[in-house]
Ligand binder design. Sequence first.
Ligand SMILES: NC(=O)c1ccc[n+]([C@@H]2O[C@H](COP(=O)([O-])OP(=O)(O)OC[C@H]3O[C@@H](n4cnc5c(N)ncnc54)[C@H](OP(=O)(O)O)[C@@H]3O)[C@@H](O)[C@H]2O)c1
Length: 285
Amino acid sequence: MIAITGATGFLGRHLVEKLRNKNIKCLVRKEDHGFKNVKTIKGDINDKKSLDNFTKGAEIIIHLAAVIDHKDKEEYKKVNTEGTKNLIKACKKNKVKRIIFVSSMASTKTHLDDYGKSKSEAEKLLLNSGLDVTILRPSFIYGKDSNSMKKLLEFLHKFKVIPIVGDGEYKFRPVHVDDVVNSIVLCINNKNSIGKIYNILGKTELTFNEFIDMVCKKYNIKKRKVHIPISICLPISSIGSMITKNFPLKKTFVLSIKSGTTGSIDLAERDLKYKPMSFSEGLKK
Ligand SMILES: NC(=O)c1ccc[n+]([C@@H]2O[C@H](COP(=O)([O-])OP(=O)(O)OC[C@H]3O[C@@H](n4cnc5c(N)ncnc54)[C@H](OP(=O)(O)O)[C@@H]3O)[C@@H](O)[C@H]2O)c1
């Protein structure tokens, strides 16, 4: 049986659709999860009892549950790092050896933001756990019902111009949700993927400026980009965070953005036969 955490999220719902005809069970927090004909276990990644129930009888865990955007930075640690620790303990107790963890390229940056740090720490816990671990590191995931894309579009509509931190020339490779789902499926029966870490990126490497231009073109947004130098963003974020804990422009974010989220997919192509689509193909889906 395949047991999935984070099944109710954006990526999780796409994965459940793909694995619908397999023997799966999903950890869900709320009663109104909307799944039909899918086995669910009510629980929380921080509730050890429900994790015991969830891992019992599972042959493989696909761990997607995470907090990716939260005002309270303690939540990243609590859910992403401590939650993963709880899951490892439950796996050991119930003799579940195999786990596929969806981490993030955010865990690879030189300056880690709170989210990236929590994912990086979860990776370390898993790699040292003695379990048969595969780690997948997607970049920005887009596609139907993507929260990240929804938030980006809200942001693009919010101001008269499009404010961009720094020169926007940092590179990244957005990945379509179907490609991330495929990468997970490709790992399930692939023993060669055990102990490996794969970057799961789209086919196209873009600068952030190019990415914004393509999104604006697709959604017919006609606005000018305004680049705000990092040297200005940094003091704004420092002063803002002194005034309010929830100031949206975080210093760690400003520092981390410069490192971009690009990388090589050679290993995934070789081991998994992973073949992602281009960004223009993905935007049409
Ligand atoms: N979206 C991206 O661009 C992106 C990029 C790189 C990596 N990733 C990684 O991909 C994975 C899935 O991301 P996503 O975009 O699908 O995120 P999402 O839509 O925010 O879904 C997060 C999932 O985690 C669950 N969850 C949160 N806190 C939990 C807790 N305390 N106990 C149990 N479950 C909990 C949520 O349950 P509820 O439905 O009950 O809230 C939901 O099912 C995450 O691990 C994320 O780090 C995402």
